[in-house]
Design a protein. Structure first.
Length: 186
């Protein structure tokens, strides 16, 4: 396989637009370790991490080839955001089929299994709280915490005059979310 390591994100995206399959392979090789680490450290297996990475690359390919895609962050950051969202969706889907109580058949005595069940419940409660705040606050918090955007990127995306406004808004929104979460047991 032709190695494209020296190509910039912009050049890799251009190769994808030109239907160059080696570009997709290069993306896989560049970001495989980063995404595998995240998925495995958040309760996934190696096979699940590979599936998530492949799904993320497919989403990236679809968006790039649609002709309406503009990269506003690093390619790795963007791909990681897709992978995180895919993994969260998988965990939510699993949660629908699991009991609210800890089933002795599910919990094998390993603290990490119990911790995963608890953190899935926490994620669901945080999402409920996010749905209760105003859309601007929700978007600011999602951009910062889930898409890992910088304050500069958030200011640009949200149309704020500068990063200080973005920081202030994030702080205010976080306080509002914390107040809502106080009423929800986590």
């Amino acid at each position: 396989m032709l190695r494209l390591r020296s190509l910039s994100d912009k050049n890799i995206l251009q190769r994808i637009r030109e239907n160059d399959r080696t570009a997709l392979g290069e993306i896989f090789l560049r970001y495989e370790r980063m995404i595998f680490s995240h998925i495995v450290s958040h309760g996934g297996s190696g096979a699940e991490a590979e599936d998530i990475l492949q799904e993320a690359i497919i989403v990236l390919w679809q968006k790039v080839t649609s002709g309406e895609f503009t990269l506003t962050s690093g390619l790795g950051t963007y791909l990681m955001g897709i992978a995180k969202n895919k993994w969260r969706a998988e965990l939510r889907k699993r949660k629908k089929f699991s009991s609210q109580e800890i089933d002795v058949n599910v919990w094998d005595g390993n603290p990490s299994s119990l911790q995963l069940i608890i953190s899935e419940e926490q994620v669901a409660r945080i999402q409920d709280a996010l749905n209760k705040i105003e859309p601007v606050c929700r978007k600011v918090l999602l951009l910062f915490y889930f898409e890992e955007k910088s304050m500069e990127e958030i200011a640009t995306i949200m149309g704020f005059t500068n990063t200080d406004v973005a920081k202030s808004r994030k702080y205010q929104c976080k306080k509002i979310l914390e107040e809502i979460l106080k009423g929800i047991e986590i």
